[in-house]
Design a protein around this ligand. Sequence first.
Ligand code: ATP
Length: 581
Amino acid sequence: MLLICVYVCILVTDFFSTGFSGRGRGGRGGRGGFSRGIFLINYYYIGQNILWKINLKLCYVGNIKSFLYILRFSGPGSVVCLSSVFPTLSCCVFSTPEPRVTYVPPPLPEDEDSIFAHYESGINFDKYDDIMVDVSGSNPPQAIMTFEEAALCETLNKNVSKSGYVKPTPVQKHGIPIISAGRDIMACAQTGSGKTAAFLLPILQKLMSDGVAASRFSELQEPEALIVAPTRELINQIYMEARKFSFGTCVRPVVVYGGISTGHQLREVERGCNVLCGTPGRLLDVIGRGKVGLSKLRYFVLDEADRMLDMGFEPDMRRLVGSPGMPSKEERQTLMFSATFPEEIQRLAADFLRTDYLFLAVGVVGGACTDVEQKFVQVSKFSKREQLLDILKTTGTERTMVFVETKRNADFIATFLCQEKVPTTSIHGDREQREREQALGDFRSGKCPVLVATSVAARGLDIPDVQHVINFDLPNNIDEYVHRIGRTGRCGNTGRAVSFYDMEADSQLAPSLVRVLSRAQQEVPSWLEESAFSGGGSAGSNLPRKGFNSTDSRKGGAFQDHSSVSSQPAAQTAADDEEWE
Ligand SMILES: Nc1ncnc2c1ncn2[C@@H]1O[C@H](COP(=O)(O)OP(=O)(O)OP(=O)(O)O)[C@@H](O)[C@H]1O
């Protein structure tokens, strides 16, 4: 117990001396310090094979004497009170165990039709061939042009065609041979371009051709591949793809993520696990419980790496990489995917990848897909609801995602639309996992063709037939905008995005919007151009990310894009509002 207290002291002392490494919201003071705000830090500590979570919420109101903190320290069935640790600060300490999560999701359908259900690639699929691709690093292998050239084994090949894949997308053409050649990769590719299969297929192929041991029951499982993604829905989606491609083979994928009974997930792991997919916190948990060993690990995949940083998962990722038994980067193959390639991601790549990793950029990194028609409507704050209703009345039963800034507003708008007889559901971080899965299910099935979501649903979600995205509130950074509209116009299909632009609230985004629109060959409204050049956008919070770079930082190459469509870290949208993982 004492050790644990000391550990917490060190963390907090560290916090005061070096700044915080969790997530937070607050303003910077005039003399370099924080002026006021709320900061949230989650720390995980593995001791006696138990994962302890330390959750520290700091409320600073501008004066050290009124610095409040709430410390919640929890481990399974165990509570420690730390009220005497910082007698000099006015404090309140709550020691509560994490509420036990008991939700067990319904069993997944086992029939082939459901497993291989897919949507058709669209009329613009062939246009992918024109996308700019840049591979850099030494001796990159030759790209493939067809799936036959990937030399996948028979079952895998069958599963690829049953999934409706006829020819590889650019990220697959280049990514598959790179990964099959045993090289580490850092890949940036536009939304909806097929990144998931680009890493799953070569991994599964290698595991099968090397004759990986078929999974069988054991209390300790030692997977050959570990896939990490920042959100529950995204990792579940990756798992579903892995389950589909490994159908009828001896490879068994398993998924673990928060919001679901740990006992249930551990039982699934015990039944056998070759490919373990998970969100960072839950993965650390199962590893810390001694249920998963890493000594046989050959592949380590980090998807949406930039989002993981934005959501404050860097310490968790580093802890994962430093977990007992984790092979060193020379002994494992590491694959990183990220929509953008800012300085922090380059640092992570340097730490996690072998020095001879290959960098793959597909399309304008951070740019929008040209298959999405982007429209802007000028609105005032108070006219948005009526305008939304008008649009939804014309779209009818077409699947539409409506993005709003806050969880409260998501519920509010969803309720309003239901009252107006528009079947609507909502998804955000305050909803229980059961409700989130229900909402996605109702949206996918068309029972509720309108889904109101906060930014957390912006990345990675691959829902068939989303024809419209409406930005009821524009996000405060351009990466988020690109990801949101990327929920439509996927895989060669066309889509439409309508964004409500409030001159008072959104003008800082105007310059980046103009850039994104013109690069995606979209019409730029003259009023938006005026707003961008009137200087509204030069100040404020949408400054480019420091050192943002859309190309391999090891060369000063042709794809360099310092004028960048990127902006400040997305942390200030998602992490402020959501506790999602
Ligand atoms: N070669 C292909 N042929 C046909 N469909 C494909 C092909 N590759 C991927 N798809 C389908 O395209 C959709 C988008 O793929 P995926 O979700 O992997 O994209 P992504 O690049 O990860 O997108 P995001 O950046 O938004 O997460 C999926 O439904 C996937 O099954």
